[in-house]
Design a protein around this ligand. Structure first.
Ligand code: COA
Length: 263
């Protein structure tokens, strides 16, 4: 399968799925999200791969939604098409959660917004000591969507999730490790070695048992997630129409604090 914005490398039983748009800090626009979904699904009948590592090319894991691609709104001609397109992020995240193999995210630099949602859709997360993660959506006037809110709550509990998602601050590697959001933190130049070390540990286990256990734990912890969060993209479409959303994006590019008025 040929991809433009995603690279898949295979090393025996371990595959690396790399976001490959470094000139845009691996920001997530429609085409890269569709490729991530297709790449995640490509492991379905792959018997050899036992662990899939998610990584990002360049300085940052991912700067999240591509704010230049959207221009702050959705330019599709009808609300009908906007609504269909709004489900793409959830489809992408679900395709990662549903990978049979064990998944590990290798996080360096920034992993913000959708760039944080991808690691939380993986089974494990190892960060470099200079990584930082967070959900800036609120400061752009929008909700966190892509059915990613419960993934955050499951990892760190409601109080810390509220702090992360309602304030939209960046949290550093030590805090994320302390909260259990990251499983391990290592020096940046050791990141991939550490991730491979963890991957090899899982690859040595019997894959049928490991994959059934993974699926069962996912089902136990997420049984209600889809039912509760199925309208988060509709909420996003609504919040994306507000003046606060326009102001949030404008303030980001003008490098100033946004003034939100509740409109
Ligand atoms: N979408 C589109 N362009 C983005 C972007 C995004 N999400 N994040 C950064 N960029 C652009 C910047 O505007 C800048 O463009 P320019 O060179 O034309 O001025 C370029 O990428 C480099 O960004 P810069 O902020 O200088 O890089 P940095 O290494 O200092 O910081 C980040 C990187 C990711 C921490 C910072 O850019 C950031 O906070 N980005 C916004 C994250 C965000 O809010 N994402 C949306 C989530 S819903």
């Amino acid at each position: 399968m040929d991809f433009e914005f995603v690279k898949i490398e295979k090393h025996d039983q371990i595959a690396v799925l790399k976001l490959n748009r470094p000139d845009r800090l691996n920001a997530l626009h429609g085409p890269i999200m569709e490729e991530i979904e297709q790449a995640s699904k490509s492991f379905l009948y792959d018997e050899k791969t036992r662990v899939v590592i998610f990584a990002g090319e360049g300085k940052h894991f991912s700067a999240g939604a591509d704010l230049k691609a959207t221009g702050g709104g959705d330019s599709r001609p009808t609300r009908l098409l906007q609504r269909r397109h709004a489900g793409l992020g959830a489809r992408m995240i679900r395709s990662i959660v549903e990978i049979n193999q064990v998944t590990i995210a290798a996080v360096q630099g920034a992993a913000l917004g959708g760039g944080a949602c991808i690691p939380t859709a993986c089974d494990f997360r190892i960060g470099s000591n200079d990584c930082f993660m967070g959900y800036p959506e609120v400061n752009l006037g929008i909700n966190l969507q892509w059915v990613a809110l419960p993934l955050c709550v499951h990892l760190i509990g409601p109080a810390r999730a509220k702090r992360m998602v309602m304030l939209g601050n960046r949290e550093d590697a030590d805090t994320l490790l302390n909260w259990g959001y990251l499983d391990e933190v290592v020096e940046r130049d050791q990141l991939m070695d550490k991730v491979f070390e963890m991957a090899e540990e899982y690859a040595r286990r019997p894959p049928i048992a490991v994959q059934m256990i993974k699926q069962s734990i996912n089902m136990i912890s997420s049984a209600l997630d889809q039912a509760i969060m199925h309208m988060d993209s509709d909420q996003n479409t609504l919040s994306a129409m507000t003046e606060d959303r326009t102001e949030g994006i404008k303030a980001f590019f003008e490098k100033r604090d946004a003034q939100f008025k509740g409109n």
